[in-house]
Design a protein around this ligand. Structure first.
Ligand code: USQ
Length: 395
């Protein structure tokens, strides 16, 4: 299959390009390197030393004996998007080319607008290019479990049957996102659903949980390593905890740590996206899959990382910081995730082993984390102020 990856230089995009090549797909992609710039703006860097795209292409060719088609450009530029879709003619378009950070979107008005504009306009350009150029292609759109928020009822996969005033209908489940970034994904979902209904496009909207991990397979060539961020905006919780443990920095639990979220190892994310690509929906079908392995509280994860780290001789402490976000720390959370199992998803059961692999991988790069450790304590607050979070208790 010809698979086009928007955002191929990112954490997921670079991993997926390899995962698909190993499985015999013909991969191409685009990127404007915004992620590299945003992380630098936050004072961070990838814990893993990643190569530039030209070197990545060379390594890809050496390893997989096939060329990686790549164009540099911005998805908010219609001319660029229409040209690359015309040139590559994909069977599937995997859209990972968005700004993925809740804290980044909460910094100030400029960042809110940047994130929503980048994400929503990029998606609209892809939808129009599909209508005009590749109407039979399958859009695999990366959404987020955070679109649903934390409602006090079970969360279905996208749609639920509702009875109101004696009549019933299948309707989109209400979205209650918790940041301007998460709302940008909700707006995308609405736009993608509308395009499928209006223009007969086909799409899978993936509501993905928080991803963690340094690797997806045993690719031993260091040139193929993907980025792993640990700053407050682009580092996600388990990756941050592991980077913190490596340099003996306390694991930063926000608030009392009762927040529940869904999580998925990087290698499961690759497996699931590939299942989605290889099993496209019908024409005009818009389907929603919840993509995660399991649900944990933030506090449970801190304990998990501390215990796995201690098994390999790393002493990690946990600290509770004032929560810079406005979010519930004690809530019901029960999302469904059956659709991917129906397609054959085999989840990684042993999360502790994944955390151990990550810690061992990161040990090699402790200097890179140490040199940017100032970015580990958050200061972007959901109320618009910018002030380092203070410690509230130690465990
Ligand atoms: N948290 C901590 N300590 C930290 C970092 C985070 O306690 O050092 C807490 C946060 O307060 C939050 C939870 O961990 O309750 C998750 O935060 P996160 O930064 O790992 O993830 P989030 O902001 O929700 O966003 C991430 C990705 C985003 C993706 C989303 C999936 O950045 O692109 O959409 O995970 S989900 O969370 O399901 O919405």
């Amino acid at each position: 299959m010809r698979v086009f990856i928007a955002g191929i230089d990112g954490y997921l995009g670079w991993s997926l390009a390899q995962y698909l090549a190993i499985r015999g797909h013909d991969v191409g992609g685009v990127d404007g390197y915004q992620r590299r710039e945003w992380v630098a703006e936050m004072g961070g860097q990838s814990a893993t030393p990643i190569l530039g795209m030209q070197d990545r292409q060379q390594a890809y060719e050496d390893l997989f004996d096939t060329q990686l088609w790549f164009r540099e450009g911005d998805l908010t530029d219609w001319r660029f998007v229409s040209e690359v879709i015309t040139e590559f003619k994909p069977d599937a378009i995997v859209h990972l080319g968005e700004c993925p950070s809740a804290p980044y979107s909460m910094i100030d008005l400029n960042h809110t607008v940047l994130v929503q504009q980048n994400n929503i306009v990029g998606t609209l350009n892809i939808l129009h290019a599909m209508r005009d150029i590749t109407p039979d292609a399958h859009l695999v759109k990366l959404g987020t479990m955070g679109e649903y928020g934390t409602p006090n009822v079970d969360i279905p996969e996208g749609f639920f049957e509702i009875e109101y005033n004696g009549r019933t209908d299948l309707m989109p489940f209400p979205r209650q996102a918790g940041s301007w970034y998460h709302w940008s994904k909700v707006h995308d979902s609405n736009n993608v659903m509308f395009a499928c209904n209006m223009w007969g496009l086909r799409s899978t909207d993936i509501m993905q949980g928080v991803v963690f991990g340094t690797r997806f397979d045993d690719v031993e060539d260091d040139r193929m390593i993907t980025r792993v961020d640990f700053d407050q905006a682009f580092g996600t919780i388990i990756n941050r905890f592991c980077c913190q443990a490596i340099i003996n920095h306390p694991l930063t639990t926000y608030g009392h740590g009762g927040q529940k979220r869904s999580f998925i190892p990087l290698k499961d994310s690759m497996q699931c996206m590939t299942l989605v690509i290889e099993n496209p929906p019908d024409k005009a079908e818009y389907r929603v899959f919840n993509q995660f392995q399991g649900v944990f509280t933030v506090g449970e994860l801190a304990e998990k990382v501390r215990s796995v780290a201690s098994n390999i001789g790393i002493d990690a402490n946990i600290v509770n910081l004032e929560n810079p976000r406005i979010e519930s720390e004690d809530h019901y959370y029960n999302p469904a995730h059956q659709a991917l199992f129906d397609l054959g998803y085999e989840p990684t059961e042993d999360i502790d082993s994944e955390i151990k692999i990550m810690l061992q991988d990161l040990l090699k790069y402790s200097d890179r984390i140490e040199s940017k450790k100032d970015v580990l304590i958050p200061d972007v607050r959901w109320n618009g102020s910018r002030q380092k979070a203070q410690r509230i208790a130690s465990a």
